[in-house]
Design a protein around this ligand. Structure first.
Ligand code: NDP
Length: 444
């Protein structure tokens, strides 16, 4: 049996019930077979893969808090410190009822390679809770965040582990978490990224994942003889990533025709008016349905189905496994020629294979959404320097990083004879750096 298959079997056996984690490990290791087979004896002796798929540490804790009726509630809190070979653990915190250890392990594992790919000195981690911020008052969110950080603060630090936002964690939550960290430790340090601009945040961090997604998409299109201008784009989600991907796509001359949330999607043949979406989502914290109440050219449809809308380019920006094989076929049949993932692992394995086998351009999340964490690393640098760079400075660095990620992924794919397969390219490029650092640091 090959080393990859052996290690994958072991992962399935040792981590029961963690389907997303198995899926992520399988996808990554499968695409690395060419590299692993070429170095099998060396990697086996060092148990490299066994170490790579085992988090360095998982912290799991109780999060008690009091709701507005005086009732005590209890959630589960986690931090998965996956790999620190190339820098302090770095990765977001997710607050969503679906959160469990397996999902955070899949995210932390993926994050390790993504962070490596940015070229910046950051390791991989992820955390969160099954707390659902939807429908909670500001006071309840604060009570939860303070309780969560009271425990988490024992395990993180500016040179140790630097969490950030993810689903359900935006500026409000980061503010409450940061305040509590400072109170618990007495340290005013860059322990979280995505902070507000008045207390150490970086310009462009809010926009970074969405803008970065469009920068790398643009790069991929141009290298394949296409351009973004004039193209119609369907984007799922209407959170941080979806909104700023829409903004940059529109700025570069594309027409965004659809957005969604977990209850349904809107289609506006005239092109989405983003100022209205921002008002609904960022100010009122409302539902995407409200857009259709305000804009006569828009149609709202309840439930799934966004990928049946004809478009040139599809950008899944909501959550994992939101785009399956049927969706991939529908996209292709309707003329879609490029897909780039703003979310983490939004396409199922079957959908990804379909894109690759049917000559569609496909940029996986690991490369395509790395702009967020890259800008978080730039926020860490500014905090260490006690300086703030201008919007233009950070935006240019972000752009250069995304172009660099495209080049690294494209070159690695070419080097191993799978030109145009950015899934393999991104995994190989991310893997090589982490492995070199792990081998150099001995058995740890
Ligand atoms: P937000 O919480 O801001 O937005 C998430 C969006 O996706 C919302 O519109 C939400 O709808 C929708 N959504 C969430 N869960 C589901 C679900 N189970 N089914 C359908 N729709 C769902 O999160 P972000 O925009 O920050 O994150 C989106 C994705 O991008 C995630 O996969 C995240 O890991 C990834 N990502 C984010 C980065 C960042 O910097 N923020 C960086 C890199 C990756 P509703 O409001 O109805 O829940």
């Amino acid at each position: 049996m090959s080393y990859v298959d052996e290690v994958y079997d072991r992962v399935v056996k040792q981590n029961p019930g963690e389907g997303e984690f198995h899926q992520a490990v399988k996808e990554v290791l499968d695409s690395l077979r060419i590299v692993i087979d070429a170095n099998e004896a060396k990697y086996r002796k060092a148990a490299l893969l066994e170490r790579l798929v085992e988090p360095e540490r998982i912290i799991s804790f109780r999060v008690p808090w009091v709701d507005d009726n005086g009732q005590v509630r209890v959630n589960k809190g986690f931090r998965v410190q996956f790999n620190s070979a190339i820098g302090p653990y770095k990765g977001g915190l997710r607050l969503h009822p679906s959160v469990n250890q397996g999902i955070l392990k899949f995210l932390g594992f993926e994050q390790t390679f993504k962070n490596s790919l940015t070229g910046l000195p950051i390791g991989g981690g992820k955390g969160g809770s099954d707390f659902d911020p939807k429908g909670k008052s500001d006071r309840e969110v604060m009570a939860f965040c303070q309780s969560f950080m009271t425990e988490l603060s024992k395990y993180i630090g500016a040179d140790q582990d630097v969490p950030a936002g993810d689903i359900g964690v935006g500026a409000r939550e980061i503010g409450y978490l940061y305040g509590q960290y400072k109170r618990m430790t007495g340290l005013y340090e860059g322990v979280l990224t995505g902070k507000g601009l008045t207390y150490g945040g970086s310009l462009v961090r809010t926009q970074a994942t969405g803008y970065g997604l469009i920068y790398i998409l643009d790069e991929m299109l141009r290298h394949n003889g296409r351009e973004l201008e004039g193209k119609s784009v369907v984007i799922s989600g209407s959170g941080n990533v979806a909104i700023y991907a829409s903004e940059k796509a529109i700025q570069l001359g594309a027409k965004v025709v659809a957005l969604s949330d977990s209850t349904g999607y809107i289609y506006d043949k005239n092109g989405i008016r983003l100022e209205i979406v921002k008002e609904i989502k960022e100010v009122r914290r409302g539902r995407i349905k409200e857009y259709a109440d305000e804009v006569p050219s828009a149609v709202y449809t309840e439930g799934k189905g966004i990928w049946n809308i004809p478009c040139d380019i599809a950008l899944p920006c909501a959550t994992q496994n939101e785009l399956n094989l049927e969706d991939a076929k529908a996209l292709k049949a309707n003329g879609c020629f490029a897909v780039a993932e703003g979310a983490n692992m939004p396409s199922t394995r079957e959908a990804t294979d379909f894109f690759l086998e049917n000559g569609m351009m496909f940029m996986p999340g690991k490369a395509a959404n790395a702009g967020g964490v890259a800008t978080s690393a730039l926020e860490m640098s500014q905090n260490s320097l006690r300086l703030s760079w201008t919007f233009e400075e950070v935006d240019k660095k972000l752009h250069d990083i995304m172009v660099g990620i495209y080049e690294k992924s494209a070159k690695a794919a070419k080097r191993y004879g799978v030109k145009g397969n950015y899934v393999a390219g991104a995994n190989i490029a991310g893997f090589e750096k982490v492995v070199e650092a792990m081998m150099a640091q001995g058995i740890v």
